[in-house]
Write a protein that binds this ligand. Structure first.
Ligand SMILES: COc1cc(-c2[o+]c3cc(O)cc([O-])c3cc2O[C@@H]2O[C@H](CO)[C@H](O)[C@H](O)[C@H]2O)cc(OC)c1O
Ligand SMILES: O=c1ccn([C@@H]2O[C@H](COP(=O)(O)OP(=O)(O)O)[C@@H](O)[C@H]2O)c(=O)[nH]1
Length: 470
C-alpha cells in the first residue's frame, strides 16, 4: 500500500497557501511514518496572484528533495465575472471547483489520511463526508476571529458592543466590514462557513495556546477539537547578499527604527501619504517605511511607488539621515528580526502580527481591510502588545499626522504605555518560541493531530484488510 497522504485544499494568497503548507509540513517533520502532502492548486483569479502561486510552487518543488510534497493542478474552470466583494468571490469559486476536487481525491493512488481546507473552502466538507475522510479546517487568522465567526448569529450586542467569548466587549466598529451588514452576501457566506466548521474533525489555528488562552478556553467546548499549532512562519535563512533595507538597518542604533509596512495589499491615497510623511518627520523617530503605489486598474496588489511624485517636496532630502522609504515589497521578516527595529506600524494581517511577536517587536495598529480592525482591537485590548492609534474608518482608515506622530513616539519612547507594550511583546516572543519547542504547546498540538490522523489510518487499513479476507 502507498504511503498515506494529507490532501491540502488552499486558496491562493500570500497569507493562505504558504502558511497552510508550512503548517502541514510540521506534520511531516513530527511524524514517525512516511506521510506525504498533496496540494490541490486552483488557478488564481488575477495574473499577479497566478505568478505568485507559480513562483511558490516552483520554489517548493526545488526544495522538496525527498519528494514528500506533490502539487496537483485542478482543471481550469470559467470564472464568474459578476461578483464584487473578494470574499464572496472566493467562496463562490470554491463551490465551482468541488467536482474537480472530488475527482482529484477519488483518483489518488495514496490512501488519504485527512483533508486540510482553507477557511473559505468549507464546500469541500461534503466530499470528506461522502468518502469518510477526516477533515480539518486550517484557520489562517487567529482564535479570536474564529470565536467571532462561531458567535455570529448569537446577537449578543449591547450599546454598540459585541460579546465574543474570552474577549473584553468588542466595539461593533472593530468588526470586519462584511460582518457589520447582516444583509450582505459576505455576511451570509461567513455564517455559512462558520456553521460548517462544526462538521470538521478539527480546526488547526495559526496561534499558540499562550497567545490567546482565554478565547481558546471559552470556545473549547463549542467547536471541534482545536489545534493551536502556531506561530506558523515561513522563515528563510538570511540571504547571502543582505537586502538594501537590511544594510541600511545595520547602520542604525539598536531598537531605534520604527517599521511601517502594510501587507500584500496595503497602499494609500496621495493625501494620506503626505499626512504620514508629516507625522513621521515631526516625530523625529528613525523609520523604515515600505510605501507602495496604488494598484493598477483591475488589480488588487500595490505597484512600485514613484516616491518623488508621492512624497512632499524635500521630504526625502530632509529625512535622509533618519529614514528610508522603500517603494516595493520588502523582506518584512528579515527587517523585524533586525536588532535596530524597535516598533512596527502594521496593517494587522495576522501573519504580520505573528512575525512581529516572534521577534518581540511591539506594534501600533493601522488596520485596512479583512479582519484587521478586529485584530487591532485584540492587540491593544487583549494581548496588550500594541499602542492604540486613532483612525477614521469611515474615511478610508484615515490617520491624522498628529496622531501618527503621537502613536509612533509612544511606541518608541519611554512612556508607561510604550514600556508596557514592549515588555509584553518580549514576553510573547518567549512564549511563541517555547510553544514550538519539543514538548511546547504548539509542538504537542501537532503531535495530537498526527496521532489522530495515524489512528484513522490504522482503522482504515484494518477495514480494507478485513474486506480483503471476506
Ligand atoms: C484571500 O483574500 C482575501 C481575504 C479576506 C479576508 O476576509 C476576512 C473577512 C472576515 O470577516 C474575517 C476574516 O478572518 C477574513 C480574513 C480574510 O483574509 C485573510 O486573513 C488572514 C489573517 O489575517 C491573512 O491575513 C490572509 O492573508 C488574509 O487573506 C479579505 C479580502 O479582501 C477584502 C481578500 O481579498
Ligand atoms: O512588503 C511586504 C509586505 C508583506 N510581506 C509579507 O506578506 C505577508 C502578509 O501577510 P498578512 O497576513 O500579514 O497580510 P495580508 O497581506 O494577507 O493582508 C507577511 O508574511 C509579510 O511578512 C512582506 O514580506 N513584505
Amino acid at each position: 500500500m502507498a504511503n498515506p497522504t494529507f490532501v491540502l485544499r488552499p486558496i491562493w494568497g500570500t497569507g493562505h497557501l504558504m502558511p497552510m503548507l508550512q503548517a502541514c509540513r510540521r506534520l511531516l517533520c513530527q511524524s514517525s511514518s512516511n506521510l506525504s502532502l498533496t496540494v490541490l492548486i486552483m488557478r488564481p483569479p488575477t495574473s499577479e496572484a497566478e505568478a505568485e502561486v507559480a513562483d511558490l510552487v516552483h520554489r517548493e518543488k526545488e526544495a522538496d528533495i525527498h519528494g514528500m510534497i506533490h502539487f496537483h493542478n485542478l482543471p481550469t474552470i470559467e470564472y464568474p465575472s459578476n461578483l464584487l466583494e473578494m470574499d464572496d468571490y472566493i467562496s463562490e469559486l470554491v463551490q465551482l471547483y468541488v467536482p474537480h476536487v472530488r475527482a482529484a481525491i477519488a483518483t489518488l493512488a495514496a490512501p488519504v489520511a485527512g483533508v486540510v481546507i482553507d477557511f473559505f473552502c468549507t464546500a469541500v466538507l461534503d466530499i470528506c463526508h461522502d468518502l469518510a475522510i477526516p477533515s480539518y479546517v486550517y484557520f489562517a487568522a487567529n482564535a479570536s476571529t474564529f470565536a467571532l465567526l462561531l458567535h455570529l448569529e448569537s446577537d449578543k450586542e449591547m450599546e454598540g458592543m459585541v460579546d465574543v467569548p474570552g474577549l473584553p466587549p468588542v466595539p461593533r466598529s472593530s468588526l470586519p466590514l462584511p460582518l457589520q451588514d447582516k444583509t450582505s452576501m459576505s455576511y451570509k457566506w461567513f455564517v455559512y462557513h462558520s456553521r460548517r466548521y462544526m462538521e470538521a474533525n478539527g480546526i488547526i489555528i495559526n496561534t499558540a495556546a499562550e497567545l490567546e488562552p482565554a478565547v481558546l478556553a471559552a470556545i473549547a467546548d463549542h467547536a471541534p477539537t482545536i489545534y493551536p499549532i502556531g506561530p506558523v512562519l515561513s522563515l528563510k535563512p538570511p540571504a547571502e547578499e543582505p537586502h538594501e533595507c537590511v544594510r541600511w538597518l545595520d547602520s542604525q542604533p539598536p531598537a531605534s527604527v520604527v517599521l511601517l509596512c502594510f501587507g500584500s495589499m496595503g497602499s494609500f491615497s496621495a493625501p494620506q501619504v503626505s499626512e504620514m510623511a508629516r507625522g513621521l518627520e515631526r516625530s523625529g523617530q528613525r523609520f523604515l517605511w515600505v510605501l507602495r503605489g496604488p494598484p493598477a486598474a483591475g488589480e488588487v496588489h500595490p505597484t512600485e511607488a514613484n516616491l518623488e511624485e508621492l512624497l512632499p517636496e524635500g521630504f526625502l532630502e530632509r529625512t535622509k539621515r533618519k529614514g528610508l522609504v522603500w517603494p516595493r515589497m520588502a523582506p518584512q521578516k528579515e527587517i523585524l528580526a533586525h536588532p535596530a527595529v524597535g516598533g512596527f506600524v502594521t496593517h494587522c494581517g495576522w501573519n504580520s502580527v505573528l512575525e512581529s511577536l516572534w521577534f518581540g517587536v511591539p506594534m501600533a495598529p493601522w488596520p485596512l481591510y479583512a479582519e484587521q480592525h478586529f485584530n487591532a482591537f485584540t492587540l491593544v485590548s487583549d494581548l496588550g502588545v500594541a499602542v492604540a492609534m486613532k483612525m477614521d474608518r469611515e474615511r478610508d482608515n484615515w490617520v491624522d499626522s498628529r496622531e501618527l506622530e503621537r502613536a509612533v513616539n509612544c511606541l518608541m519612547g519611554s512612556s508607561d504605555v510604550g514600556m508596557k507594550v514592549r515588555k509584553k511583546a518580549i514576553a510573547m516572543k518567549d512564549a511563541c518560541r517555547k510553544a514550538l519547542e519539543k514538548g511546547g504547546s504548539s509542538y504537542s498540538a501537532v503531535q495530537s493531530l498526527y496521532a489522530r490522523a495515524a489512528g484513522h489510518q490504522i482503522e482504515t487499513q484494518v477495514i480494507v484488510e478485513e474486506a480483503g479476507q471476506i
